[in-house]
Design a binder for this molecule. Structure first.
Ligand code: HEC
Ligand code: HEC
Length: 215
């Protein structure tokens, strides 16, 4: 049995399998891909998809090579395997909540979570197409020092164990994630990270994101 690091306090609230795709979240070209995902997912309720097929559906959002090209959707390539298993567990149990992903993970067995995590962990992380502002990145490096990001995420920010890779992650997603920790909006969040972000301003979050992505 895979056990989460962030211990869920509430019992898992399972969601219904209904798909309410928030199309406004994503750019237009993705809409077709998402419709395809919705089709396959509804099909898979009767018949479980083979793992390779499932991974193709993940790629619709997270990128063929695990590097996301979609705003606010994280890259998974090169993430620590343990981080991925942990997050997939939290999604499956409905502790970390994301309606768009829930139907894709809710029937997965522990072994499937491990196999999917191994797949994405083995892919090479590549920087996104977003421009990195060198001045912001420099300020972010100075901010990261006293906040001790490196003590958990490692000096090269490649992550370890349940701590995710920040290096080469999408800037928009990093900003989104840090704000959610700070504002207590990330479901199933590890309190270690929420404590780090207390009192960090939006401007400092942007600097930390540019620094992290540049590593
Ligand atoms: C419809 C788009 C979509 C699909 C399909 C999708 N995801 Fe996601 N995924 C997201 C979004 C959006 C997030 C970020 C959630 C947030 O903001 O907290 C995410 C987050 C994640 C995370 C957490 C990463 C992190 O850095 O915190 C993992 C792991 C993940 N997805 C794995 C998968 C896997 C495995 C599949 C296929 C079984 C999949 N996803 C399918 C949209 C999708
Ligand atoms: C005490 C250890 C610790 C420190 C210090 C720390 N983090 Fe984290 N961080 C974590 C853990 C653990 C997670 C995973 C959170 C979860 O599972 O909810 C995380 C997650 C994140 C995420 C979410 C990424 C994703 O893919 O979802 C971001 C962004 C992040 N940290 C940025 C930072 C930055 C920037 C700093 C320094 C300002 C920092 N962290 C300092 C432990 C730490």
């Amino acid at each position: 049995m895979v056990r989460p690091i962030a211990s869920p306090i509430q019992p898992p609230a399972r969601r219904s399998g209904s798909l309410r795709w928030a199309f406004d979240w994503w750019s237009q070209p993705l809409a077709l891909g998402l419709a395809a995902v919705a089709f396959f997912v509804s099909d898979s309720i009767a018949q479980p998809l083979p793992l390779a097929e499932r991974i193709k559906l993940c790629a619709t959002c997270h990128g063929e090579d695990g590097n996301s090209r979609v705003p606010n959707i994280p890259s998974l390539a090169g993430q620590p395997e343990f981080f991925l298993v942990n997050q997939l567990f939290l999604f499956r149990e409905g502790v970390r909540k994301l309606e768009a992903m829930a139907p894709l993970v809710k029937d997965l067995k522990d072994d499937d979570l491990v196999a999917i995590a191994k797949h994405f962990a083995a892919l090479v992380a590549k920087p996104s197409e977003e421009p990195i502002d060198p001045a912001l990145a420099k300020r972010g490096a100075a901010l990261a020092e006293p906040l001790r990001c490196a003590s958990c995420h490692l000096p090269n920010l490649a992550g370890q164990a349940q701590m995710p890779r920040l290096a080469k992650q999408r800037i928009d997603y990093l900003i989104h994630a840090m704000r959610e920790f700070r504002d207590n909006k990330r479901s199933g969040a590890d309190t270690l990270m929420s404590n780090v972000m207390i009192d960090v301003s939006d401007a400092d979050i942007a600097a930390l994101a540019h620094y992290s992505a540049s590593r």
